[in-house]
Design a binder for this molecule. Structure first.
Ligand SMILES: C[S@@+](CC[C@H](N)C(=O)[O-])C[C@H]1O[C@@H](n2cnc3c(N)ncnc32)[C@H](O)[C@@H]1O
Length: 267
């Protein structure tokens, strides 16, 4: 078992409906099926993406909007094949479902801070262990215990990813390009795609295996356009400003999915 206790860093073992370490720190599996490793002041429901954001993303994924990205991920040269995978910021578990079906994967974990995300992910991804945890804290995994760590549109704690990856293990990152949904930006003032945060690019100890752009026009209905806005971080500002951004949306739009996929090997 790769999981470790966030208090004492000892191995966690499943005991009934909880996970426990040798020092008897105990973490319950929620009735919805996810394991919460939040403790003390980290607890509280209002963190990570909101329920409305999670449900909007779920509708977008069910409509297949990100199908070109799914295909690109499936075509990545993962050798040797990984046996375990962790998705950081897994949301409601759409990509985790695909990753868990990668040939050779026996164990899969999804981790997210949002209570609404982990509830949905635990229901949809019963073959995976879904964790509620903060990925900006030390990851609850033993050193060199995982073969593949993935971050898709989510934070990337590089030092921790390096620590938990086995030698030769892979890190897979997906982030948006400047042109991502640019046609939609002509209608609704979405935040620009920011430059990398300082320190986010310290890839010491990783070797780039492959990097590719996935750029494809997607036909989108008004409802899906609204969901793309609703699931974006800009929704917080748009809601605060109180304007009727939905009325700005066209009936249909061909908009460009533009993301970069980068695969690294540890060592
Ligand atoms: C843009 S969403 C991406 C979700 C999923 N990877 C996808 O692409 O469908 C980012 C996710 O990261 C989660 N997240 C943000 N900050 C986090 C943190 N500090 N710890 C854990 N999860 C976090 C959010 O709750 C959200 O589900």
């Amino acid at each position: 078992m790769a999981l470790i206790c966030p208090h004492c860093r000892g191995a966690l073992q499943p005991v009934g409906t909880a996970y426990r370490c040798a020092l008897d720190h105990s973490f319950d599996v929620a009735k919805e099926g996810y394991l919460s490793l939040l403790h003390g002041r980290q607890k509280g429901d209002g963190r990570g993406d909101s329920k409305a954001m999670i449900l909007a993303r779920d509708r977008v994924h069910r409509a297949g909007v990100f199908a070109p990205l799914v295909a690109a991920l499936a075509a990545l040269p993962l050798t040797p094949p990984p046996h375990s995978v962790l998705e950081l910021g897994c949301g409601e578990g759409f990509f985790l479902g695909h990753l868990a079906r990668t040939p050779g994967i026996a164990t899969s974990y999804g981790l997210d801070l949002s209570v609404d995300a982990v509830k949905l992910a635990a229901k949809a991804r019963q073959a995976s262990l879904i964790l509620r945890a903060d990925l900006l804290q030390p990851l609850p995994f033993a050193d060199a215990s995982l073969d593949l760590v993935v971050s898709i549109f989510a934070p990337r704690p590089l030092a921790e990813i390096r620590r938990v990856l086995a030698p030769g293990g892979h890190a897979l990152f997906v982030h948006p390009h400047a042109g991502h949904w640019q046609e939609l930006r002509a209608f609704v003032p979405l935040a620009g795609i920011g430059a990398e945060k300082p320190g986010a690019t310290d890839l010491t100890g990783f070797t780039l295996v492959t990097e590719r752009n996935v750029t494809e026009k997607r036909p989108l209905t008004r409802a899906l356009l609204a969901d793309l806005v609703e699931m974006s971080p800009s929704i917080h500002r748009l809601t605060r400003e109180g304007g009727d951004w939905r009325s700005l949306l066209p009936e249909t739009l061909e908009a460009t999915l533009a993301v970069r996929v980068a695969l690294y090997r540890k060592g």
